[in-house]
Design a protein around this ligand. Structure first.
Ligand SMILES: *[C@@H]1O[C@H](CO)[C@@H](O)[C@H](O)[C@H]1NC(C)=O
Ligand SMILES: [Ca+2]
Length: 227
């Protein structure tokens, strides 16, 4: 075994065979419906979260319930969950409790969502396509556990498992970010416009991920913004 090969093997062992990649202008295509496929993300959080912001972009024809982002700890499977129970509604969970945000039904286009939460006030923000919704509140004083299984494509009912294929995602996902802070309105808008963003614990431009099953990384067919 050459030195380079040994080094690669050691790195692969340390990272659990995770790829780290700049996915700029790329998407995950979840091809099946319903699906048992998912993508595992690695965030490298060390402290419990008292503030966070989650952003992502999705493109789907699904009318059934589906999960967009599932962050489970051993104590709480819905520690952070962004879930769409039906068209025109998002549910944002923190620590097993959720608030609902009603939105116009999609017109068959990409939807960009940011959801943030602040423990000190319990304030939850929800931004759709760069626009803030009326703020709501949940889980004031709570701390989000750092040791988490973070998945795209499936909704966890147990740490790293407990999937229901009828809650799976089918379609295209992109621009997934998680910050351990709240974001200013300017940065929320920057996330929607794919502009320069602050360093994140999960960043689409340096994503540590592992595909499980039928998910393909492909270039974007077109910009997610505009007609
Ligand atoms: C969370 O955000 C609030 C408001 O921005 C800030 O005052 C607080 O220090 C933050 N807490 C942590 C643990 O970062
Ligand atoms: Ca769950």
């Amino acid at each position: 075994m050459g030195r380079l090969q040994l080094w690669v093997t050691v790195l692969a062992g340390l990272s659990g065979m995770m790829a780290q990649e700049d996915l700029y202008r790329k998407v995950f295509v979840f091809r099946k419906d319903p699906s048992d496929a998912y993508v595992v993300l690695r965030a490298g959080l060390e402290q419990p979260l008292h503030n966070f912001t989650l952003c992502l972009r999705s493109y789907t024809e699904l009318a059934r319930p589906h999960s967009l982002f599932s962050y489970a700890t051993k104590a709480q499977d819905n520690e952070i969950l962004l879930f769409k129970p039906k068209p025109g509604e998002y549910r944002f969970y923190v620590g097993g409790k959720f608030v609902t945000f009603r939105v116009p039904e999609g017109r068959g286009d990409w939807e960009h969502v940011c959801a943030s939460w602040e423990s000190a006030t319990g304030i939850a923000e929800f931004w759709l396509n760069g626009k803030p919704w009326p703020r709501k509140g949940l889980q004031r004083g709570y701390a989000v556990g750092a040791e988490a299984a973070i998945l795209l494509g499936q909704e966890q009912d147990a740490f790293g498992g407990g999937f229901d294929v009828y809650n799976s995602f089918s379609g295209e996902l992109a621009d997934v970010y998680l910050w351990d802070t709240g974001l200013s309105p300017d940065k929320m808008r920057a996330a929607y416009l794919s502009l320069r963003l602050p360093p994140a614990v999960l960043a689409w431009k340096s994503l540590s991920y592992e595909v499980k099953g039928d998910v393909v990384v492909k270039p974007r067919l077109r910009e997610a913004l505009g007609p």
